[in-house]
Design a protein. Structure first.
Length: 187
């Protein structure tokens, strides 16, 4: 199974990943987590990424691409059950780069799950979480960046026949059941 979780920041992508991993045995590639690990370790990459993350902007393409390219190539060899991308791609350039990498290793995507949640609900959720980049100004900017850069991917993956909508409101369990209903079709 090779899938992408698409949705605004706070739409619940990361929250659903543990259940998906437990049920389908896929490995997750979460660019936000990878970047936060680089920041915490104080690497050069982390130092470059941090100001962009603190402001709620996308980090530069070369940083993210280097991280996921290596990860995906290793994964394709080590986990036959497949992978799930969380937080990548986030703009058209990243989507095209992902297609190119997956073509090269002959591992095309099966599905893209789009989590639909309205923005006021998202602001409430993220203010409640309280991560370093979860203050109101940064959250609003992340939503603006989503609207401008990431939302065009809904159309991109619809045209490829890969997009499936998941209603992202309700309890974590209810959303998990909706995700499972879609993924069981391809498992
Ligand atoms: P991410 O780590 O991807 O941050 P996120 O979008 O906020 O996380 P996510 O959406 O997974 O959180 P979730 O909804 O599960 O990115 C952080 C930053 O890294 C970006 O701003 C950017 O700077 C950089 N970055 C990452 N990837 C990049 C890329 N590809 N290119 C460039 N830059 C990149 O959870 C949110 C909250 O909602 C939680 O508190 C959770 O408990 C709550 N929640 C979830 N489901 C709920 C439900 N059903 N009901 C109520 N609350 C719920």
């Amino acid at each position: 199974m090779r899938i992408v979780l698409l949705g605004a920041p706070g739409s619940g992508k990361g929250t659903q990943t543990d259940a998906i991993i437990a049920r389908y045995g896929v490995t997750t590639v979460a660019t936000g987590d990878l970047l936060r690990a680089e920041v915490a370790a104080g690497t050069e990459l982390g130092l470059r990424a941090k100001p962009h993350m603190d402001a709620g902007n996308l980090v530069p393409f070369d940083i993210v691409l280097g991280m996921i390219e290596h990860g995906l190539q290793t994964l394709a060899k080590t986990n036959p059950k497949g992978f799930m991308m969380d937080g990548f791609p986030r703009d058209l350039a990243q989507a095209e780069a992902l297609d190119e990498i997956l073509d090269r290793i002959s591992q095309p995507l099966d599905l893209v799950l789009f989590f639909e949640v309205d923005y006021e609900e998202i602001v409430k959720r993220l203010l409640g979480r309280g991560r370093a980049d979860d203050n109101e100004a940064t959250i609003r900017n992340r939503l603006r960046v989503f609207e401008e850069k990431t939302a065009p991917l809904i159309e991109y993956y619809t045209r490829k026949g890969l997009l499936r909508n998941i209603k992202g409101t309700g309890t974590v369990e209810e959303i998990g059941q909706r995700v499972q209903a879609v993924l069981d079709e391809i498992a």
